[in-house]
Design a protein around this ligand. Sequence first.
Ligand SMILES: [Zn+2]
Length: 266
Amino acid sequence: MRALAAVVLIAPLVAGNPPEWSKPVAPFHIAGPVYFVGTAELGCYLIRGSSGCILINSGLADSPKLILQNLKTLGVEPSSVGILLTNQAHSDHVGGFHKLKKALKAKVWATAADARLLESGGAEDPGGLPRYKAVKVDRILNDGEVMVFGDLKLKVILTPGHTPGSVSYLLTYPDGGVTKTLLFANLPTVVMPLKNPKYPGLVRDLDLSFARLKALHPDVWVAAHVSQCGLLTKAKTGTFEDAAGYSKAIADCEADFEAKKKAELP
Ligand SMILES: [Zn+2]
């Protein structure tokens, strides 16, 4: 899984995007109010609230067509999607924001640090990853803020490092008389040198993100990349609760970070 994650992160820089990033997948239910509406590799998630829907991540610039088709398959009215969120302002997760914002007439909410990337079309990205069409951010999300949508609560948990404004969201929802949690995790994979004059707080941010993610124990977790959380395999079995897989994904990611520290920092 670690090697696969490395491949999908590096590949767009050297040889165009892997075909899985644009490969259609039929939408499916994950847990509670959450549905998968992304591609074979790009995690795009729909939260169906009683008063409207939230979409997390848009995929690439060419993904909105697939996402809109997936919404239609699920019987979701495009006009019911009022808010667009992302885990990280990179082209494979916000490249479609521009088109979706128009098509859905939705608002974009983002962390302050990722808003700078979104509004510059990625020009402000300290990792220098591929640009995308700039989009205006309508509201800034604050660390620790809890968005309340009827009986759903979505907590903003800054997990910076992959981008300076990378963020995870912890959803709390009622499920058969009990309260459950689902984490939309942004794994802190490192896509730039640790000593980066454009991002002096990078190592401190990554340390914070690992501590935060390790402190969480969600019933269900998903990630910005499908392969990071084995989502299509889970969809086949219908088993999405995966505490061991969550711990392992973070431990693998942290081991990569520690190795990078050893190699790059004195
Ligand atoms: Zn990224």
